[in-house]
Design a protein around this ligand. Structure first.
Ligand SMILES: [Zn+2]
Length: 446
């Protein structure tokens, strides 16, 4: 690096959650970013006095709270326009509201929406997302182009379905075409944009996939070192259908085991209604879980037994599951993860109610670990890539209280304020690998 090139310094109330239930904070803290990596972290007073070969260009707002970039482990790009619509159970909701929309996610409409979607993620402070598109190769391709232009960290794949694809709404994708198109996309995009983009082979769920398709998807993911994503045990009617479609399987999870879909690069959406055997099998395979509490409440799918997931040793992060979840706002997903367990605690004495710190962990470091990226992103440890979101905490406090008031807050209090009241209205700036990917249109802030 040119010795005259200034380093980026971010000053603010730094908060991260490197472990489930452990919070770190620096009330007047600072990060020094060099070459996209976190080079230094600590108190501003000491870091600002440190002698360095290069000058530091400081970004600072007196009311900024700085968090690791939020990670959304599960969302559907084509579904975003249908958020908060319907609200019946999963399978009728898919037929009535989602399949007609996904079927149109192609051509010019697909390109337009794909490009708008990633700006929305950055505006919400989300820096990493694991996403499904529709069954069409063209709109998945357009979505990858848009993801590359956005600067975000994106793991994505073309939806794969070869059984009753989109219900009675054609086109049904035969397995060989779906596999061929997915492989072509994977070859182009897996590892693109300096590694920020990765491919996920994405069989929708066992109801919509043949064994042949699922087996072949797993083989391709292994061949290219790509991710796999699918849905598991979200809804009881879905589970019943799988039981009929795969009578030889011990349970729903066994269908995926038989097909080779459970790997350390697999992220399973939901996992609400599992037996101990199934949780143990997922943990043994090293696969991860995307917990999507806003979606599970919206479609009344169920309440995750979080304590059983933790006891099984499962890696777990959070997902918005737009459009089953009504918004991309990961702060609201954290809130919902807490409130789901609070609701369960009234009838389930074992319920594990996450603290705000634990919820923040699940949306940052925990999710990073679920992706196998725990050493790369998720917290403010030196050497990690500088993915972060800066929140205007004054915008979240009643009467826009002054920074003087906030200095009296502990890191836990500020994390809680963001979880219960946070959202895009308070995001000042979002960075991925030290590059700004969203900046609020208020020039006086920095
Ligand atoms: Zn989903």
């Amino acid at each position: 690096m040119n010795p005259d090139t200034p380093l980026l310094g971010i000053r603010g109330f730094l908060i991260d959650a490197p472990e489930f239930g452990r919070l770190r904070s620096w009330s007047d803290g600072a990060l020094i970013i060099e070459g996209g990596l976190i080079a230094e972290v600590g108190d501003y007073a000491s870091l600002s006095r440190q002698p360095r070969a290069q000058p530091v260009r400081w970004r600072h707002s007196p009311r900024s709270a700085v968090f690791p970039g939020l990670i959304d482990l599960h969302a559907h790009v084509p579904q975003y326009p249908a958020v908060a619509r319907g609200g019946g159970d999963l399978l009728p909701w898919l037929r009535q509201h989602i399949f007609p929309l996904e079927r149109e996610f192609t051509g010019a409409k697909g390109r337009r929406e794909a490009s708008a979607f990633f700006s929305e993620l950055a505006r919400h402070g989300t820096t990493t997302a694991m996403l499904y598109t529709a069954v069409f190769e063209d709109s998945c391709e357009a979505a990858f182009h848009a993801a590359a232009a956005s600067g975000l960290r994106v793991i994505m794949g073309k939806m794969m379905m070869d059984v009753g694809s989109y219900g009675n709404l054609q086109p049904t994708k035969i397995a060989s075409i779906s596999l061929h198109e997915s492989e072509r996309l994977c070859k182009t995009w897996h590892g693109a944009a300096g590694g920020l983009l990765e491919y996920a082979f994405s069989p929708r769920f066992a109801v919509a996939c043949s064994e042949k398709l699922m087996r072949a998807a797993a083989e391709l993911a292994g061949k290219y070192g790509a991710y796999l994503q699918t849905h598991l045990a979200e809804n009881t009617e879905e589970i019943e259908k799988v039981r009929h479609q795969f009578p030889a399987a011990r349970d729903y999870t066994d269908v995926y085991e038989m097909c080779g879909l459970l790997t350390p690069r697999t992220v399973l959406g939901h996992c609400l209604h599992l037996s101990d055997r199934e949780r143990a099998a997922i943990a043994a395979a090293g696969a991860s879980v995307a917990h999507c509490p806003t979606a599970n409440l919206f479609l009344r799918s169920g309440l995750l037994p979080l304590e059983k997931m933790r006891a099984a040793g499962l890696r777990l992060g959070l997902g918005s599951d737009v459009a089953a979840g009504p918004e991309l706002n990961m702060w609201q997903v954290m809130r919902s993860a807490i409130e789901t367990q609070k609701a369960r605690s009234f009838y389930e004495s074992e319920a594990l109610i996450p603290t705000p710190t634990a919820a923040l962990h699940m949306a940052t470091q925990g999710a990073a670990e679920a992706l196998g990226k725990g050493a790369v992103i998720g917290s403010f440890d030196i050497g990690k890539e500088a993915d972060l979101t800066i929140m205007d905490y004054a915008a979240l406090l009643p009467y826009r209280q002054s920074s003087k008031t906030v200095n009296d807050l502990a890191g836990e209090d500020l994390a809680s304020v963001c979880i219960y009241r946070g959202g895009p209205h308070a995001v000042l700036e979002t960075f991925v690998r030290g590059q700004s990917v969203f900046r609020a249109p208020e020039p006086e802030l920095f």
